[in-house]
Design a protein around this ligand. Structure first.
Ligand SMILES: Cc1cc2nc3c(=O)[nH]c(=O)nc-3n(C[C@H](O)[C@H](O)[C@H](O)COP(=O)(O)OP(=O)(O)OC[C@H]3O[C@@H](n4cnc5c(N)ncnc54)[C@H](O)[C@@H]3O)c2cc1C
Ligand code: FES
Length: 261
């Protein structure tokens, strides 16, 4: 797989919610090579602070070589990234990891929770570009509230998917967990692709398994290098061994992963 390092000019910075931002970076080599589900390692601060790069899913790509990432501020690195102004450049390495299946046949349900919605938009748009019929496919999105979700939910809707939302406070769509939306839909689906909190993906994997529906999950672990060098991203696999999320993932068949809890 080709990987590139680009100093990408920041073209736009959108504030989606109080602590959620979307950046548009001009990274033509990464954008041209990227597949849905892959990620980039971004140097989030100037100089050596913070020292390590941080991983972010590729959220959107356009034909002009622009790449969007959607992220929530949770610590020092993401706070630094949120403070970068248009006109600056961000050092990016990518595209990294594998990707979701781009199978065009069969009905598909995408399930995204929190920032897990980021890679699913790239998947949804690429499937449409590839000629998949999507008007019978579902996108189920969960977040804390309306503010976090409505902009991206509208973008999925514009692609032609059947979009349903769930929020913790009931301010948009179903008041409750996004996984509760899956039950009536699942029997008609052939595949589920999910990204979000581990507990949410485990529920998706369990429900899909019980319904005999294929399920791909995108895991988010701590990553120090993102390049297969530190082994800091290892998770247990179903056979008692280890999966290295940065190189073998982040996308896995649900059955490959050892789910706990
Ligand atoms: C493949 C991949 C794709 C990702 N895509 C996105 C994305 O599209 N949007 C987005 O907002 N985030 C994404 N993340 C998570 C993002 O990388 C982390 O939020 C970020 O690295 C945190 O950096 P920080 O310096 O702000 O926080 P830190 O200061 O490093 O950590 C702050 C706190 O958060 C915890 N933490 C940090 N990273 C994680 C993690 N991955 N899982 C659980 N807890 C963690 C730390 O233990 C600590 O308690 C992705 C992660 C991976 C592995
Ligand atoms: S993050 Fe270093 S090996 Fe995966």
């Amino acid at each position: 797989m080709p990987e590139f390092q680009e100093k990408a000019p920041l073209l736009d910075r959108e504030v989606i919610a109080d602590d959620i931002f979307r950046l548009t970076l001009h990274a033509p080599k990464i954008a041209a090579a990227a597949r849905p589900g892959q990620f980039v390692m971004l140097r989030v601060g100037a100089g050596m602070d913070p020292l390590l790069r941080r991983p972010f899913s590729i959220h959107q790509i356009d034909a002009s070589g622009n790449m969007k990432i959607l992220f929530k501020v949770i610590g020092r690195g993401t706070a630094a990234l949120a403070g970068v102004s248009p006109g600056s450049s961000i050092d990016c390495i990518g595209p990294l990891g594998n990707g979701f299946s781009l199978e065009k046949k069969g009905r598909l349900c995408l399930v995204g929770g929190g920032m897990g919605i980021a890679p699913l938009y790239f998947l949804a748009s690429r499937l449409l570009q590839n000629g998949k019929r999507v008007d019978r496919d579902f996108v189920l999105l969960g977040a804390r509230n309306h503010q976090e979700l409505h902009i991206v939910a509208d973008e999925f809707y514009e692609l032609g998917y059947r979009v349903q939302t769930a929020t913790d406070d009931g301010s948009l769509g179903h008041h409750g967990f996004v996984t509760e939306l899956l039950d009536p839909i699942l029997p008609a689906m052939e595949r589920v692709c999910t990204c979000g909190p581990l507990a949410m993906m485990k529920i998706c994997a369990d429900k899909a398994g019980a319904a005999d529906v294929a399920c791909q999950v995108s895991l988010e672990t701590h990553m120090a290098c993102g390049l297969g060098a530190c082994l800091g991203c290892a998770v247990r696999n179903a056979d008692g061994g280890y999966l290295h999320v940065c190189r073998q993932g982040p996308v896995f068949d649900a059955g490959e992963v050892k789910w706990t809890g």
